[in-house]
Ligand binder design. Structure first.
Ligand code: DGY
Length: 333
């Protein structure tokens, strides 16, 4: 008897995600899911991708020429992150494979966390909590954990995409800050007015800002865009916050600058080579360290995975991705 059943596309979910998201995919596709959340090597990922048309990723698994050559059925890689530096876009274009990310849904949550890190580092929240927990607090004194002011100061934002703008609005409207930003291109006047933000060159931003927040994407051009020379230009009372990606800051140079009190403090959610953290950063007290959780509220993480699922469904059933980061000329059929 002839088999008339139409074969459903197969999809791989490369890391554990909310079970409901996997259920949604199962309504449309044959799904293999890494429910045990095993650490798959690049070779293992390639092996699991044989015969798969789509993959849901958490932003750390690299999609490059070698993988795309080895996985000829793959048509779409859907990140459940806004960052997509795990995609080799040139290779994906050449192989006709679409990549998608999750813009917008995490903007406000991530901007909140930018302020959480800025306030925690400036006001020495984690450092003073540790002191209290180990029994160091025996009496009050006038300068006990006196930190840096945040409200009414000057905020410098490097990278002024959606998250940068949301941080600017919080700074200007919520904390009465003067806001400087630096981006390759200036924003429209209407957006600048809404954010009450002024474009300045990078050196001015580093020199004049009381606090600097990094929210630019990682690209090879942005590698170590903050190193020893840039840290030396910042105010000794300044706080540096990195919400963007590891590799944008030279973590060894930052650890040294914090040890030397070249800047006052830092708040870091991302690290070079994470989950490893530069040992020098673990040794200094004037840094707040968090494990890449800026977008981690349950509601936002659900929205992120839902958008990744929506992208897989829309592309593999209707041929249109909702939030593509590339547009291959000849998409794989
Ligand atoms: C993103 O979406 O790129 C975040 O860094 C992941 O939480």
């Amino acid at each position: 008897m002839q088999d008339c059943a139409v074969r459903r596309p197969s999809v791989l979910v490369a890391r554990a995600v909310f079970p409901e998201a996997v259920q949604r995919l199962r309504a449309h596709f044959d799904v293999e899911a890494n429910e045990a959340d095993e650490d798959w090597s690049a070779d293992e990922l390639m092996r699991r991708l044989q015969g798969k048309a789509g993959v849901l990723l958490t932003g750390t698994q690299r999609i490059d020429d070698a993988l795309l050559r080895a996985c000829p059925t793959l048509r779409i890689a859907a990140n459940m992150t806004v960052g997509h530096n795990n995609f080799d876009i040139a290779a994906m274009d050449a192989h006709g494979v679409v990549g998608t990310n999750t813009p917008d849904v995490l903007t406000e949550t991530t901007a909140d966390f930018g302020f959480a890190l800025l306030l925690a580092a400036a006001r020495r929240v984690t450092e003073s909590e540790h002191y209290l927990r180990v029994g160091g607090w025996t009496r009050w004194s006038y300068d006990l954990f006196a930190g840096a002011e945040v409200h009414g100061t000057t905020l410098g934002i490097l990278g002024m995409g959606r998250i940068g703008q949301a941080i600017a609005r919080r700074g200007a409207h919520g904390f009465g800050m003067r806001v400087f930003y630096h981006n390759r291109s200036r924003l429209d006047a209407a957006i600048e007015a809404d954010c009450r933000a002024t474009w300045v060159d990078k050196d001015t931003l580093l020199r004049e800002s009381d606090h600097v927040v990094l929210v630019l994407p990682y690209t090879p051009q942005n590698h170590h865009i903050i190193g020893a020379a840039e840290l030396a230009r910042m105010k000794p009372t300044a706080v540096l916050v990195n919400l963007a990606r590891g590799g944008i800051v030279d973590d060894a140079a930052l650890a040294q600058a914090l040890r030397d009190r070249r800047i006052a403090a830092a708040g870091l959610d991302v690290f070079e080579g994470e989950p490893a953290v530069h040992p020098g950063l673990l040794e200094v007290p004037n840094v707040v360290l968090t494990p890449h959780i800026a977008s981690a509220t349950l509601r936002t993480r659900r929205a992120m995975v839902d958008l990744a699922v929506d992208n897989l469904i829309a592309y593999l059933t209707e041929g249109r991705a909702l939030t593509p980061v590339n547009h291959p000329r000849q998409p794989r059929p």
